[in-house]
Design a protein around this ligand. Sequence first.
Ligand SMILES: [Zn+2]
Length: 167
Amino acid sequence: MDDRIAISQTRNGDQLTLALTGNLNENAEFPQLDVNGVREVVLDLSGIKMLNSVGLRTWLLWIKTFAQKTGLVFVNCPRHVVDQMNILDGFLPTHARVDSFFVPYFCESCDATESILARRGQDFMEGTADTREGVTLPDERPCPHCQKPMEMDVLRDRYFSFLKYRK
Ligand SMILES: [Zn+2]
């Protein structure tokens, strides 16, 4: 199976959406992006399966080629992508906006896991997002499988810290 990263591009007016699927690793290749006339690049990262340091380095070089020329919006970021936003300087360029990302929940009763999509303006806002008041997702939610409470499977102040100083 070829898990090399694939990127589908959709142009809608002055907005360019890139949906990435596959593995961000040593086989990752990125297209030269022409952002002439593009107001905003939307990166949909829900399809990123795994990432490693070589792939991340390729990512950093690629995003630098257009990051300063256009607006940047990250959407549907899975947990392993959010982890990189929190630890890897430059992964999320400073002016980029995160519109949605997944928050994992775990059920101790039946071992079920769920990823809940947190949406900007609805479930969180930058600047306050690492506080309890800023992220309105609850610490517990009913498990869809056994109805017992399932718990947020990340530490709030760590997982949401990438939003802390952004506005
Ligand atoms: Zn359960």
